[in-house]
Design a protein around this ligand. Structure first.
Ligand code: SAH
Length: 451
């Protein structure tokens, strides 16, 4: 095939990014926006020797597994790769993705893959959204999302994954900017003021936080904006984050209170957390409780155990487990998150935790070197790149009875489970959880036992 060729293909499979796969005489085409079962007319946009990428031009026969996306800009936005795929099929897709990775990368065979835990209502589940602000071609101020892999903003104030309050908050911010002639940030010229609007809502508490990320130290007439936003039910915290860097990182390091508190509160199970705009907090509260519930079950605590929670963030898992353990140690690289973790422990009256700031792969081996104390259970919840090998080695040396591995990337999970299985840890079961419906992402919690 060559660039600009057109063809009619049947989609027979999907890759891990959710692109449809069709074959034509042994030549493989990857086609975004198609799903298994579609017959589609496509145009090649990039051709390699044995495979290429094509664009969907027309659906000749739509798949029975296809549904009408709820979001009018689902295709342009690219945030929801699977919105046109029936939810039941999305869940199967994720289960298969996990199974493939575990078996191909991790070479696991003798383990149990449990059916994925999906959502009853797979919409409006996100407790946090970060909207970039800019201007459209006509010069109107808009807020929305970056179109897949670009930095052009697709206007969308009413994301189907977010809370309903987002829209009203964005409207207030935009009309305020228009009225007081406050410029949205322009990435190319590095000029203008307002870069992003971050909104977070406590699922159980209903408390709302708005944080404006600005390219400067001050928001002119900020008091007027604060006054308008503060009237919304649930509003608890309005802050400014100063970010004058030319960077893709959204938030700056400095935070200034404009109105109310600097943090909001939410609960996971019966533990209350204080959440700052800067801290990581799971975005799907309904599924988080199910995920942590599984982690707790797999940890098998009776009250006598010493537990390590590596990559602990603001201590969510640590505190969730602490009530049932003798002692929980947490390690996390972000100092502010550890401050949150300590305060969260205090405010919940949890006294059997200890938190360390630093790289897990440095702090944990150093501690073990010094104390030579073993752990009964180790929980890890690393970022996408998975665990460092030094860390895996120390984990094995500590000889815990159980390892509970929480993962947001099944490929690195598989790699690490493979390594652990060669070092005396058998993967008993893996439980996938759908934390981010409509997207290709899948979370897992795995239980390993010492053989
Ligand atoms: N367990 C927490 C956080 C999980 S996200 C929760 O469920 O909320 C992964 C965390 O790992 C992030 O907080 C990130 O800051 C932290 N992190 C990333 N690299 C790290 C490293 N090398 N050592 C320790 N923590 C790290």
């Amino acid at each position: 095939m060559n660039k600009n060729d057109t063809a009619i293909v049947t989609i027979t499979d999907m890759n891990q990014d959710g692109e449809g796969i069709g074959k034509l005489d042994g030549y493989t085409l990857f086609i975004k926006d198609t799903v298994i079962g579609d017959v589609a007319e496509v145009k090649v946009i990039k051709a390699k020797k044995t495979y290429g990428y094509a664009r969907l031009m027309r659906l000749v026969t739509p798949s029975e597994k296809r549904v009408e996306p709820l979001c009018p800009v689902a295709r342009q936005c690219g945030g929801c790769q699977l919105q046109a795929y029936d939810y039941k099929e999305q869940l199967l897709f994720k289960e298969n993705k996990v199974r493939n990775n575990l078996e191909r990368i991790g070479k696991l065979s003798d383990y149990e893959l449990l059916p994925i835990i999906g959502m009853e209502e797979p919409w409006h589940y996100r407790n946090k959204a970060q909207f970039p602000v800019g201007r459209d071609r006509e010069g109107n101020i808009i807020a929305g999302f970056y179109a897949g892999r670009t930095h052009s903003i697709i206007e969308n104030e009413d994301c189907m994954l977010g809370v309903k309050e987002n829209r009203q908050i964005l409207r207030i911010v935009k009309s305020f900017m228009q009225e007081y002639k406050i410029e949205p940030y322009n990435e190319e010229s590095h000029s203008g003021l307002v870069r992003h609007v971050l909104i977070r809502k406590g699922y159980h508490t209903g408390e709302i936080m708005v944080c404006l990320v600005i390219n400067g130290g001050k928001l002119p007439h900020g008091d007027v904006l604060a006054e308008r936003l503060s009237k919304l039910p649930g509003m608890k915290s309005i802050t400014l984050s100063r970010n004058e860097e030319k960077t893709n990182v959204i938030l700056g390091k400095e935070l200034k209170k404009l109105w109310g508190e600097a943090v909001i509160e939410d609960r996971i199970g019966d533990v209350t957390f204080e959440i700052s705009p800067l801290s990581f907090f799971q975005v799907n509260p309904v599924q988080t409780e199910k995920l942590y519930g599984k982690a707790l079950e797999y940890a098998g605590l009776t009250g006598n155990e010493t537990v390590w929670d590596l990559y602990c963030g603001i201590g969510t898992i640590s505190l969730f487990l602490a009530r049932k353990a003798k002692k929980v140690y947490g390690v996390e690289i972000v100092p502010a998150a550890i401050e949150n973790a300590k305060r969260n422990a205090q405010r919940n009256g949890i006294l059997n935790t200890e938190f360390f700031v630093g790289k897990a792969e440095e702090v944990f081996p150093a501690w073990y070197e010094k104390h030579k104390e073993r752990a009964d259970v180790i929980v890890v919840d690393p970022p996408r790149k998975g665990c460092d090998e030094t860390l895996l080695r120390t984990m094995v040396q500590m000889q815990p009875d159980r390892i509970v591995y929480v993962s947001c990337d099944s490929a690195t999970l598989a790699r690490d489970l493979g390594i652990l299985s060669q070092n005396g840890y058998h993967t008993e079961r893996v439980q996938p959880v759908d934390m981010v419906p409509q997207t290709v992402s899948v979370e897992c919690v795995a239980l390993l036992k010492r053989v």
